[in-house]
Design a protein around this ligand. Structure first.
Ligand code: FES
Length: 121
């Protein structure tokens, strides 16, 4: 395993992202709700630059007790990253595809220490 310097902590603000290239490929590092997430910048669908996609709250259906559909809403807790090529969405906490859980982004360990962000590949 190798430790790769990504950026200074001050250079990655909330909701932001930075990219680093290494032997494994391009890795996107995002700060969401104060937590860092690192993924290979390759979508499992057709290889799109998934880490450059927009961040949105997960959309969920509102179902009443009688099982009738009441509409849609944004889930305030779950945030997805949307691949810019075809719109597949992935949960930033798990990397799992929102539409089909058998697909996931490749995650990397990311740590912040002494004002620097590093990933382990
Ligand atoms: S390549 Fe990402 S959704 Fe198709």
């Amino acid at each position: 395993m190798a430790d790769i310097f990504v950026a200074r902590s001050d250079d990655l603000e909330e909701g932001g992202r930075v990219f680093v290239s290494c032997d494994v490929g391009d890795i996107g590092v995002l700060r969401v709700k104060g937590k860092l997430h690192a993924f290979l910048n390759v979508c499992p669908h057709q290889g799109g630059p998934v880490c450059s996609g927009m961040l949105i709250h997960r959309v969920e259906e509102i179902i009443a007790e009688d099982k009738t559909f009441q509409g849609m809403r944004f889930n305030e807790n779950d945030i997805n990253i949307v691949c810019p090529w075809h719109g597949w969405e992935f949960n930033v906490e798990t990397g799992r595809c929102a539409g089909d859980g058998k697909w996931s982004l490749r995650r990397f360990k990311v740590a912040e220490k002494n004002g620097e962000i590093h990933v382990t590949v």
